[in-house]
Design a protein. Structure first.
Length: 141
């Protein structure tokens, strides 16, 4: 004998109202998550750009140092080739950079810089074109 399945009177499940409320809560949480993470994701490229700029300015300083080490360029010529203070050099001999400082200095007995004169120590401070990252080097006769 074949019996028919009995009709289940107590059905378990979600009502339409429960589904709509769940979707609304999930949507609100999703919007909050996107707003918080969106700012973090767009700002995450900044350290990479700063690193790229420091490598570029480091390459410029390496070219300056290499020319200095050849012993064929006197400090006065090197000072002239680098450029004057606050000058932005685009695609120059050494690359693209901004000159923050380019002058002779002297030191006192305790090692502190005391003046912007002298003729034995050339202090050069250069930055990337945007002026965000900078490097300083000292060159002597």
């Amino acid at each position: 004998m074949i019996t028919r399945p009995s009709i289940i009177k107590n059905q378990n499940g979600f009502t339409l109202v429960e589904l709509i409320v769940t979707i609304m809560v999930a949507a609100i949480l999703g919007v909050m998550f996107v707003q918080i993470m969106g700012t973090s994701l767009t700002g995450s490229v900044e350290p990479l750009i700063r690193t790229q700029h420091i490598f570029e300015i480091n390459g410029v300083m390496e070219k300056i140092t290499a020319e200095y080490k050849q012993d064929t360029t006197p400090l006065d010529t090197l000072k002239t080739q680098i450029g004057s203070k606050d000058e932005v050099v685009k695609d120059g001999t050494y690359g693209s950079y901004k000159v923050l400082y380019n002058d002779y200095i002297t030191f006192n007995e305790s090692g502190g810089q005391v003046s912007e004169s002298g003729d034995r120590i050339l202090k050069i401070t250069i930055a990337d074109v945007n002026g965000e990252q900078n490097l300083t080097a000292l060159f002597t006769k």
